[in-house]
Design a protein around this ligand. Structure first.
Ligand SMILES: NC(=O)c1ccc[n+]([C@@H]2O[C@H](COP(=O)([O-])OP(=O)(O)OC[C@H]3O[C@@H](n4cnc5c(N)ncnc54)[C@H](OP(=O)(O)O)[C@@H]3O)[C@@H](O)[C@H]2O)c1
Length: 270
């Protein structure tokens, strides 16, 4: 399946469009001529972004939806189908992280995280798939994380949701390719967004902030990968070496990650 090179009038659904990578994704897709459906819970932000895109000559519509709610996703996808008749590109950006040791992470939030980060992606793919199948063409862009490839302490549940997104993406990429649907999975390392709140930064190793990439550069690089027809994309690319090392030497890399990530946490009992 070829990469996505022509965006004009492509109907693109971007979940998580109210902030960070999703907002920037929506802006850049609209600049390239796509018609963008913005999905997230905060309707006011989506309306503001749709208006901003409209002022710049693009086309965007706002759709308040909690992706962890299967029925809400079904209703939202139905509205988009009625308005546009199809979905060409699905970008599953919606997700959240909590930095907390597993022993302290409450089950309610772990369940909510699985429903948002993993099942939210599943629900949207299930909605887009029949529309893409009917046309014999489509692109699905899923958001995992570097943590989905190199599991991170202090975000164990998040790491697992992202590993699930990676595995799903790899499997359906094989299944969907013969029917003309391309699946790409992206692995951001550190992109400057609201995800890195003060609370999160306080639990990260000192100097982590120096590794941030801006959301606009990150999205531009992601879209270049989609244009090439990539299936996996770790951004920045230099972190690919760590992924390879982790596959070859999981114990060694695990010890290294633990020493960097856990030492500074005050609530690690000795
Ligand atoms: N930033 C990074 O360095 C980084 C690294 C690895 C992976 N990622 C992944 O990249 C994606 C985007 O992250 P970001 O950095 O852009 O974070 P962000 O700025 O916090 O944006 C997260 C987006 O997800 C939406 N969202 C969260 N829960 C939702 C729900 N239940 N239903 C609908 N929308 C929901 C939020 O919208 P509402 O609150 O309005 O619903 C928001 O638009 C996430 O999947 C994240 O795991 C990011």
């Amino acid at each position: 399946m070829a990469g996505l090179t022509h965006y004009a009038d492509k109907v693109s659904v971007v979940t998580g469009a109210s902030s960070g990578i999703g907002s920037e994704m929506a802006r850049q897709l609209a600049e390239k001529g796509a018609r963008v459906a913005l999905v997230a819970r905060r309707a006011d932000r989506l309306e503001a972004l749709a208006a901003e895109i409209g002022r710049k000559g693009g086309t965007a519509s706002a759709h308040a939806c909690d992706v962890s709610d299967r029925d809400a996703v079904t209703r939202c996808a139905e509205r988009i189908r009625e308005a546009h008749g199809r979905i060409d590109l699905l970008v599953n950006t919606a997700g959240y992280v909590r930095h907390v040791l597993f022993k302290d992470h409450d089950l309610e939030d772990i369940e909510r995280m699985i429903k948002t980060n993993y099942l939210g992606t599943v629900y949207w793919i299930k909605q887009a798939l029949p529309l893409m199948r009917a046309r014999g063409a489509g692109w699905i862009l899923n958001f995992s994380s570097f943590a989905g490839l190199v599991p991170q302490p202090d975000e164990a549940a998040y790491t697992a949701t992202k590993a699930a997104v990676s595995a799903l993406s790899d499997a359906i990429a094989c299944e969907f390719e013969p029917i003309g649907i391309h699946v790409m999975c992206v692995y951001p390392v550190m992109v400057q967004t609201e995800m890195f709140s003060r609370e999160v930064m306080d639990r990260m190793p000192r100097d982590s902030g120096k590794r941030f990439m801006s959301a606009d550069r990150f999205v531009a690089e992601t879209l270049r990968g989609l244009e090439r027809g990539d299936r996996h994309l770790v951004i920045p690319r230099r972190y690919r070496g760590v992924v390879i090392l982790r596959t070859l030497f999981p114990k060694l890399i695990g010890r290294k990650v633990a020493s960097v990530r856990l030492d500074a946490l005050t609530d690690v009992e000795s």
